[in-house]
Design a protein around this ligand. Sequence first.
Ligand code: F6R
Length: 611
Amino acid sequence: MCGIVGAVAERQVTPILIEGLKRLEYRGYDSSGIAVIDPETGSLKRLRRLGKVNELVKANQEQGTEGTVGIAHTRWATHGRPSEANAHPHLSGHKLAIVHNGIIENYEVLREQLKANGYEFSSETDTEIIAHTIHQALKTSESLLDAVQRSVTQFEGAYGLAVVSLDYPDQIVIARKGSPLVLGLGIGENFIASDQLALLPVTNRFIFIEEGDTGIVERDKISLFDKDGNVVEREVHEFDAEHDSGDKGEFRHYMLKEIYEQPRSIQATLDGRITDTKLSDTIFTEAELDILKEVDRVQIVACGTSYHAGSVARYWLEDIVGLPCQIEVASEFRYRKKVVLGKTLFVTVSQSGETADTLAALRTSKELGFYATLVICNVPGSSLVRESDMCLMTNAGAEIGVASTKAFTTQLVALLLLTLQLGKSNGLSEEKEKEVVRELRMLPSYIEATLLIDKQIQLLAHRFADKHNTLFLGRGVQYPIAMEGALKLKEISYIHAEAYPAGELKHGPLALVDENMPIVAVAPNNELHEKLKSNLEEVRARGGELYVFADKSAGLNPDNDFHVVELPSVGDVVAPIVYTVPLQLLSYYVAEQKGTDIDQPRNLAKSVTVE
Ligand code: F6R
């Protein structure tokens, strides 16, 4: 999704802005642009390009942008096709430039009003109305901030906004509603961005802008105002530089790097949270534990990969703890009539903490009177973290590849920790707790062992590369893992993939099976193994080619049309986490064969901050 970077400094800001944009590339975008003010010469220069940030870099080398105050943007088209004219920054007159994330829903009405007042439009975007509205307000305002504060009252929808003007050459004015903004604090220089990752080369001190805030960012000063215009102080957070995964190291893609980081990221999720035999009692505060003790049901809401993590947790919560649990995708949950029963804990799961649908669902849950809210999240200070009663951070470190990998497995670990925590007040035996904790302690080494089958999977990948459809099968808790495997394959290799609980095959999808339809099955040696084996035979009998990821003790016999990839024997509880890894590798190597843009697949964005 769109990205914003801005800087007010003594030094030239273009390199900072460009580096920031490069760091936001992972979020997905189609064009980029920059506007820089040189207070000494009184010039405002804008450059925009369709395509990758490198196009902007080339344009900058040819034309140059000098200045010490600037804003920059990567655009992911919502209103108006990807084009240079629609790229940000947008200007109004020759003095005012803005960048915007989000969507202004009432832009058509505002556009007509502005046209009637003589404004001309040079783009198809909703954003250009923001530039003209502020320009118009400036005529009767005492400051740029005043103009922005008066303008935003007219906007319906979401915005993260940064504005510069030649009449206020030492300021960036910002506003936030619905789209995240963060300030980076320097010495004699300050920065803004939509994601702190963009600013890690220049600072590790951040202020997360709250909903409804506006502010002025200057070299030596930051002034913030809440939604009612009152001066506010916001907490400064220090970001651990170790979490900056800004380069790919020895790997060709961030996705592969992040798949290989999983033993480490899972360890980071576990650190300090389990002892040798039990869950540590310091994961939650005393007050939070008092709330969790009362919980008698769980409702999980999330999107995409995070939804799959929640779907696994439903099995855990009901199997291990006996707590009733429901799960729903956020985009449906937010618009459906709900019945809230008992003391239901409302759990959201999100890598970014900024997914618009999940955030809206959280806000709806508060109106509906859910007992308490908890988020499983990877980004400290994100909107979901700030707006939830409790949070359990996944500590996976920055995930850059659009396709979620280490965020997913660490979400599963965090959800398993939450399951144990809720188990404590719901009759979970010490013995069961000890067994799960032992498996969790082993998990990083299980993943290490699983990564060793990389080459074997690489060799199988070419068998998928020319196919158009694939089926993924799983049973029980492995069904959501099959769903996650199918999602990974379709999003990065563009091969249509669907997941089915294997027992459903005979009710329809079996009709699809022929020699052109590879079928992938996740088959740990659990109580459903024999049933799954029968389902696989049904497929074989119809000429389907099978690729089965199975426990090495399962005794499956490979054949020409029956490929078996053996995984280490692991406990049932952590098996879904372990079996995720080969499916990630499979989709990665199929996409590599096909030559797709693995880290930034077409049409997708890392953090989906619009509905
Ligand atoms: C797929 C993927 C998406 C996200 C979804 C939710 O690989 O990454 O499906 O899982 O957009 O995002 P978060 O977890 O940030 O709320």
